[in-house]
Design a protein around this ligand. Structure first.
Ligand code: SF4
Ligand code: SF4
Length: 473
C-alpha cells in the first residue's frame, strides 16, 4: 500500500522533510512527477503524498518516516493502493538510480526486533525528547514518561491511554536539564514588554473607566492581560456601571446648580438627583440587556461600553499592546486552576478543550507557557452509557518548537472518549494551540502535573547559564 495523509492532518509540516523520495507536498502546492513535469496539487487543504513517488520508505527505513513523525497519526496505509515490497523496491531504485541498493533493503515489511539496531527514519532529535521525561521523574511533580517500546530509534507508545507524551520539534529539541533549572534561568529577568507591571497596575486600577470601552476592545484588553483578576470585560463593565450610578446623579445636580441656577437648598434638586439615577439605571439596563432583560447565560452577554468609550480606544489599544508584549491570551496562573465553582467555570472548561486557556510570557532568556487541560468530561448521554464518569483522562500531548512558534497538540486517545467527543458539543477530540516566538529558540523543557502543562523555551542567550552537565551534553 502506498501511504496517504488523511483529513486529520494539522498541516504542521513535520513529515515533508522526512520523506526520502520528496513524495510529500504542502496542500495547494503543485507537485513534480518522476519525469520532472509539474502537476496540480492533489489536495488544497492538507499535506498530500504523491503515490507514484512513495515507496513506503522501502530501501531507506524499516518504517514509514512520515508516519513516524506525524503528531496526529494521520499518515496511514492507503487501502485502495496495495503494492508489493518488490514493486516498491523497484520504484526506489528508479527514483534513486545513483544510490547503491545492494544487499537486503531496509523495509517496513520486515519489522525489526526491539533494539536490534536496524535502520530507522532520521527523526530529528527523537531520542533527545526522552531527556525531559527522565528529568521529570526526578521532579516532585508527576513525570511525563509513558510506556515505550523501541523500533530502532523510533519510540512507539504501547498503551492506548497514557500520560502525555512529548516528541521533538523539528527546529529545537528537548534540553537535558531539569525543568526547575530552566525556569530559574528565565525567571531571572523581568518580563519583556517595558513597563508591563506598571501597565497591569494601571489597567487594574483603571477598570471603572475602561469599562466604558466597546465590548470588543475590552475582550482584547482582557486577552492581552491574560489574567481576569487584573482585568476582565465583565468586571470592568460592572465597575463602570457602578461609577455611572454614582456620577450621573452628581452630574445632574451640578448641571442644575451651575447651568439652571437652582439653589443647593431647594427641594427641586431631588428631581435632578432622581433624573440622574434613572439615567444611570436606564443605561445599565440597555448595556446588559441580554442578562437583565432576556435572562441569557453569562457567556452570551455582550459587555457593552458607554458612549464615551470610543474616545478611550487609543489609550486602551496602547495598554493592550504594551501588556501583550509580555503576556498573551490565557487565564492560568502559577497555581493552576481557580474559580472552580464560578459561573464562568463551564465556559472556561470548554475553552480548555480547545487549548485556549493558557498564559504565555516572554523573558530576556526565554518564554514560559502554562496551558490548562480539561478536568471534566462534558455531560452527555453517551458518556453515561459508557460509564466513563466525570474525570477527564490525560490527553496525549505533543510539544513542537518550530522555527517561529511553539506548538502544542492535544489528542484524546481513549476510543470511548473519542466517541463522546463525536456526540458532545464543544468537545473536539484534538486541538492545536500555537504561540509565535520572535526569535529562533535554543531548546525546551516541560513538565506536566494535575492537568497543567508547563513549558520553558530557552533563547540562545541562555546557553551560558545552563547547568554544567547540560553544557557538556
Ligand atoms: S512512506 Fe516514506 S516514501 Fe512514502 S510518503 Fe511517507 S516518507 Fe515518503
Ligand atoms: S506530519 Fe502529519 S499532521 Fe503534520 S503535515 Fe504531515 S501529515 Fe499533516
Amino acid at each position: 500500500m502506498a501511504t496517504m495523509i488523511t483529513d486529520e492532518c494539522i498541516n504542521c509540516g513535520a513529515c515533508e522533510p522526512e520523506c526520502p523520495n520528496t513524495a510529500i507536498y504542502q496542500g495547494g502546492v503543485e507537485y513534480e512527477a518522476l519525469d520532472g513535469t509539474k502537476h496540480p496539487p492533489l489536495s488544497n487543504d492538507f499535506f498530500y503524498i504523491v503515490p507514484e513517488k512513495c515507496t513506503e520508505c522501502v530501501g531507506f527505513f524499516d518504517q514509514e518516516a512520515c508516519a513516524a513523525v506525524c503528531p496526529v497519526d494521520c499518515c496511514v496505509p492507503d487501502p485502495g493502493r496495495v503494492e508489493s515490497e518488490e514493486l516498491l523496491a523497484v520504484r526506489a531504485k528508479e527514483i534513486h538510480p545513483d544510490k547503491d541498493f545492494s544487499g537486503e533493503l531496509p523495509s517496513r515489511f520486515r519489522k525489526p526486533a526491539a533494539g536490534d539496531g536496524a535502520v530507522a527514519p532520521p527523526v530529528g532529535g527523537a531520542t533527545a525528547a526522552t531527556a525531559p521525561m527522565a528529568a521529570g521523574a526526578a521532579n516532585s511533580r508527576a513525570p511525563m514518561a509513558a510506556p515505550m517500546v523501541r523500533f530502532g530509534k523510533i519510540e512507539r507508545k504501547i498503551e492506548p491511554l497514557a500520560a502525555p507524551v512529548a516528541r521533538s520539534g523539528p527546529v529545537a529539541d528537548a534540553l537535558p536539564i531539569e525543568f526547575a533549572d530552566a525556569l530559574n534561568i528565565v525567571s531571572a529577568g523581568a518580563p519583556v514588554g517595558a513597563g508591563s507591571r506598571l501597565v497591569r497596575l494601571l489597567v487594574c486600577l483603571g477598570q471603572p473607566l475602561l469599562g466604558a470601552l466597546p465590548a470588543a476592545a475590552k475582550v482584547r484588553l482582557e486577552e492581552a492581560m491574560g489574567d481576569r483578576r487584573i482585568f476582565s470585560a465583565s468586571g470592568a463593565t460592572a465597575f463602570n456601571i457602578m461609577l455611572h450610578v454614582l456620577l450621573l446623579p452628581l452630574l445632574a445636580i451640578g448641571f442644575a446648580v451651575l447651568v439652571e441656577g437652582e439653589s443647593i437648598y431647594t427641594r427641586g434638586l431631588t428631581a435632578w438627583f432622581f433624573f440622574g439615577m434613572m439615567a444611570a439605571i436606564g443605561e445599565a439596563l440597555w448595556r446588559l440587556r441580554e442578562a437583565v432583560i432576556f435572562a441569557r447565560p453569562v457567556d452570551e452577554v455582550v459587555w457593552r461600553g458607554s458612549i464615551y468609550g470610543v474616545a478611550l480606544l487609543p489609550v486602551a489599544m496602547l495598554l493592550a499592546s504594551r501588556a501583550g508584549a509580555a503576556r498573551r491570551k490565557g487565564e492560568v496562573s502559577v497555581e493552576g486552576f481557580y474559580g472552580q465553582d464560578t459561573a464562568f467555570d463551564d465556559k472556561r472548561e470548554r475553552e480548555r478543550r480547545y487549548g485556549e486557556i493558557y498564559a504565555f510570557e516572554e523573558r530576556p532568556d526565554g518564554w514560559v507557557l502554562r496551558l490548562e487541560l480539561p478536568r471534566r468530561i462534558p455531560p452527555s448521554g453517551v458518556r453515561d452509557q459508557l460509564g466513563l464518569g466525570e474525570i477527564m483522562p490525560d490527553y496525549e500531548l505533543t510539544v513542537r518548537v518550530l522555527a517561529g512558534a511553539l506548538q502544542v497538540h492535544g489528542r484524546v486517545v481513549d476510543e470511548r472518549l473519542r466517541v463522546v467527543a463525536a456526540t458532545a458539543p464543544a468537545f473536539p477530540p484534538d486541538f492545536t494551540m500555537q504561540v509565535p516566538l520572535r526569535e529562533r529558540p535554543l531548546g525546551f523543557v516541560q513538565q506536566y502535573a494535575d492537568k497543567l502543562l508547563e513549558i520553558v523555551v530557552l533563547k540562545p542567550s541562555a546557553i551560558d547559564k545552563l547547568p554544567r552537565a547540560a553544557d557538556a551534553a
